[in-house]
Design a protein around this ligand. Structure first.
Ligand SMILES: Nc1ncnc2c1ncn2[C@@H]1O[C@H](COP(=O)(O)OP(=O)(O)OP(=O)(O)O)[C@@H](O)[C@H]1O
Ligand SMILES: [Mg+2]
Length: 614
């Protein structure tokens, strides 16, 4: 598995962690903590972020590593809802309907996702968390990164990264725990109680403390920041703390209000302890202050648990220790990328999610080729408009149900057929999203994995002397080398076509095979490609959910066209000249076909006697 980067672009620093899943657990391979210059100027911030990103990318090659980023908590919306116990497919439809009610923006303008929380008692109600962020915000956030050539695969929200970190780092949450990540401009509050959790963003954070010091001592922001950080060593420590106290009291008030709010939703919520994170939690005497005010234990995250994380010897332990509080977010992000997150919410646009899936399935070079056609038919706007249409259809089906209950059944049945057709078509569009992935799976299975095995010994030789057997195998091996049996996939071109008024894909594969000139005819190589690779691929694609055709008429479904072979040298068909450079002599063929879904079945007419009946 490639590695995973969790990258947190905070308001004070860029923090990143590189993780790799090993048999022993998640291994931290690299950490980065790049602070921006200290100043209180919003306008300069993006430039500092750009500088930090440049510095990060100049040090680390991301390549095919998975990249996970988090949107700040204040831009996220979260709702927890209870639903009756239903199976997974129905649950998705119900959650979609709920999301439309719960999210205070048109659903087409948000990226949203949901998770089902572990059920407290089997067969009981299902609790679902819905998370959303405005699409334009995510698009802007991603565009800033893409300017640096950084393409995230997963976009979640910072408070969920915090939740995933604390869950992965071990520890019991049988007692309700408040987790507070104090950053520069925001504080994220997460309450964990058994399997339940809640998140909230608080307005007061580290910069407010610095501003209070700057005002009190009439010094510039940067100087006040220095004073804050060195307050433990200052002879004026008491005076400094008393200047900070009103801000800390405000923060405390926000914590009380948040806990009170969640208590109004879950009466049995009884907070018993607090865990602090974020560099803002480095503040001297902070744990003591909270402990006294809250009356329960308050601790900072002190270490990474051995059973949770392994640390590569190249990672500087002193740096890790120094920045641990601030690295919780990128750690939580990377934990999600490594597939270990308790709450794996992904708000990335559909195209990015699809590209990420392709990246996981295909080698990087091929994924890049494949990704180039994504824009063709799977653009995000295409998806959001379909999502909208699906929402509208579902809504009208819901209305129709009520209507059916009170109207004449015959009329109702007629309308239901119409709605069902629309829903079927939209569901098929949803399936279409996965069609290409399924296709790539089939293609991946058909492409040779290894370069041929030793030919088994003929029966008569098997009983003969060993030296003869060895000679035979060596001869076979020499021949195999000469007539390399590898098949290369050189190009994959995908366009969209209409198939029976539904979306289909036109696929053109270019494959190449080296051959033994003098002993084998190119046409024989073509037949071999046809008989092994193409026939194998075709048999994989003719079963559901595929529907393969080459010709424009439905009667030709089931065929693939294999072009006349071309002979060239090297692995580029245009490269015909390098005969004397020891390049491979290859036969090229293109294989073209179309895939899509079978046409929708016409809705069955009501059986005789059913019409108007009960
Ligand atoms: N030694 C220290 N003592 C007190 N406060 C500190 C110390 N070091 C850093 N901070 C404060 O920590 C805050 C930055 O924390 P952190 O790096 O977690 O923020 P961020 O994640 O970049 O910001 P945000 O979460 O708001 O986007 C700043 O307000 C800074 O003043
Ligand atoms: Mg932060």
């Amino acid at each position: 598995m490639a590695s995973v980067w969790g990258i947190d672009i905070g308001k004070a620093a860029l923090k990143a962690v590189k993780l790799r899943r090993t048999r022993e657990g998640l291994e931290i391979q690299a950490i980065e903590h790049i602070p921006y210059p200290i100043e209180d100027d919003e306008d300069e911030r993006q430039e500092h972020v750009n500088d930090a990103l440049r510095s990060f990318l100049s040090k680390h090659r991301i390549g095919s590593d998975t990249v996970v980023v988090g949107i700040p908590g204040q831009h996220a919306l979260s709702r927890f809802i209870q639903l009756p116990p239903v199976d997974r497919s129905k649950l998705a439809v119900m959650v979609r309907m709920e999301a439309q009610q719960q999210i205070p923006f048109p659903i087409s303008e948000v990226n949203w996702d949901f998770v089902q929380l572990p059920q407290e008692e089997p067969g009981g109600e299902v609790e679902v968390g819905i998370f959303a962020t405005r699409s334009e915000l995510i698009d802007g956030f991603l565009a800033d990164m893409q300017e640096h050539g950084l393409q995230p695969d997963i976009v979640t929200i910072v408070p969920l990264a915090i939740y995933n970190f604390v869950r992965h780092n071990g520890g019991e949450f049988d007692e309700a725990t408040v987790i507070l990540d104090i950053g520069a401009e925001h504080t994220d509050l997460v309450i964990v109680d058994g399997e339940r959790f809640w998140i909230r963003n608080l307005r007061i954070a580290g910069n407010d403390i610095t501003k209070a010091l700057a005002e009190r001592f009439k010094i510039p922001f940067a100087e006040a920041e220095k004073l804050k950080r060195s307050s433990s060593k200052s002879p004026q420590a008491r005076k400094i703390f008393s200047a900070m106290k009103p801000v800390l009291k405000d923060l405390l008030g926000e914590i009380h209000r948040s806990v009170g709010f969640f208590k109004s939703q879950a009466e049995d919520l009884d907070v018993k302890r607090m865990i602090l994170l974020g560099d803002g939690a480095k503040l001297k005497n902070l744990t003591k202050f909270f402990k006294e005010e809250l009356g329960y234990p308050v601790t900072r995250v002190q270490r990474l648990e051995e059973e949770s994380f392994i640390i590569d010897p190249d990672v500087d332990l002193d740096v890790l220790k120094k920045h641990l509080l601030g690295l919780a977010v990128p750690l939580g992000l990377a934990v999600q990328g490594a597939g270990e997150a308790r709450c794996a919410v992904n708000l990335a646009p559909q195209t990015l999610q699809l590209q990420a899936q392709l990246k996981a399935k295909l080698p990087l070079a091929l994924a890049t080729v494949v990704c180039s056609w994504l824009a063709l038919g799977l653009s995000y706007s295409y998806w959001t408009s379909n999502r909208d249409a699906l929402g509208r259809t579902l809504k009208s089906i819901k209305k129709l149900n009520a209507y059916q209950a009170i109207q004449a059944e015959a009329e109702g049945l007629k309308d239901f057929a119409k709605e069902e057709k629309a829903a079927r078509e939209l569901a098929a569009l949803g399936e279409g999203r996965l069609l290409m992935l399924d296709f790539l799976d089939a293609l991946g299975q058909e492409l040779p994995k290894e370069n041929g095995a030793l030919t088994p010994l003929p029966a008569d030789l098997r009983r003969g002397p060993v030296n003869k057997q060895i000679d035979y195998l060596l001869e076979q091996e020499a021949r195999r080398k000469k007539n390399d049996r590898r098949l290369w996939l050189l190009d994959l071109d995908v366009g969209t076509v209409s198939m029976d008024e539904r979306r289909g894909y036109k696929v053109v594969l270019t494959v190449a095979k080296s051959y033994d000139r003098g002993n084998v005819e190119p046409s024989a190589v073509r037949e071999e490609i046809k008989a092994s690779f193409v026939a194998g691929l075709r048999s994989r694609l003719t079963d559901a959910p595929f529907y393969v055709r080459t010709g424009p008429s439905a009667s030709e479904y089931g065929d693939m066209t294999v072009s006349t072979p071309q002979i060239a040298y090297g692995l580029n068909p245009a490269n015909r000249e390098d005969r004397d450079t020891g390049a491979l002599e290859c036969v090229f063929v293109t294989v073209s076909f179309e895939i899509g879904f079978p046409p929708p079945e016409a809705p069955k007419p009501p059986a005789e006697g059913e019409e108007g009946g009960e």
